[in-house]
Design a protein around this ligand. Structure first.
Ligand code: ADP
Length: 179
């Protein structure tokens, strides 16, 4: 499913994000940038051990923000950068989780544009181990992308959401229909 908006597009696919050919792949990192399970584990395995070394030299990243590194072995697919975005752990919704989630997406988009990327792939940040309810996360993720494309004019940006499981894909599809 795809929607064209202002200076870009939002595409939803069911896929392993590490197989995509895009300029920037976003991973759902922890604030220590220590690597982990889930999508972050998959991205670190695909990029190789130099990714963790690059993360170590950066040291960490605040929740609601993102940092860029080289893509290392993912460069074989044409990927130029890995963006390590730190989403919030869900604590019931009263600890600014929605804002922090939106900022994790928005910072990634800003970095991608600064680095002249024309395509970026996101996973569904925070909705795995971090427990953010998917029905709340999907509209926030998509709205943040829409607002970015409409308010930050620039070169064409193709935004792909690589959603791992069918239920997540379906939730994003209905949120994109309502966007
Ligand atoms: P978080 O800790 O931010 O919740 P997780 O990695 O636990 O991050 O989960 C985020 C989402 O990423 C979940 O929907 C999970 O199913 C999905 N996911 C796991 N592996 C991959 C992958 N290889 N590609 C894309 N999405 C993935």
């Amino acid at each position: 499913m795809e929607k064209r908006l202002a200076d870009g597009s939002i595409e939803l696919i069911q896929a392993d994000i590490t197989g995509l050919q895009v300029d920037a792949i976003v991973t759902a990192a922890n604030s220590g940038l220590r690597g982990g399970g889930g999508v972050d584990g998959a991205v670190h395995r695909a990029a190789g051990p130099r990714l963790l070394e690059a993360c170590r030299s950066i040291g960490g990243c605040q929740t609601g923000s993102a940092v860029a590194t080289d893509a290392f072995n993912l460069g074989q697919n044409g990927v130029k950068y890995v963006l390590h975005a730190v989403g919030p752990v869900w604590r019931g919704g009263t600890q600014s989780e929605p804002n922090l989630l939106r900022n994790a997406y928005a910072t990634s988009l800003k970095i991608a544009r600064e680095k002249k990327c024309s395509s970026i792939a996101f996973p569904s940040i925070s909705t795995g181990v971090y427990g953010f309810p998917i029905d709340k996360a999907a509209p926030l993720a998509l709205l943040t992308c829409k607002e970015f494309l409409e308010s930050e004019p620039g070169d064409l940006l193709r935004i792909v959401f690589a959603l791992f499981d069918q239920a997540t894909l379906e939730t994003f599809e209905s949120a994109l229909n309502n966007l």
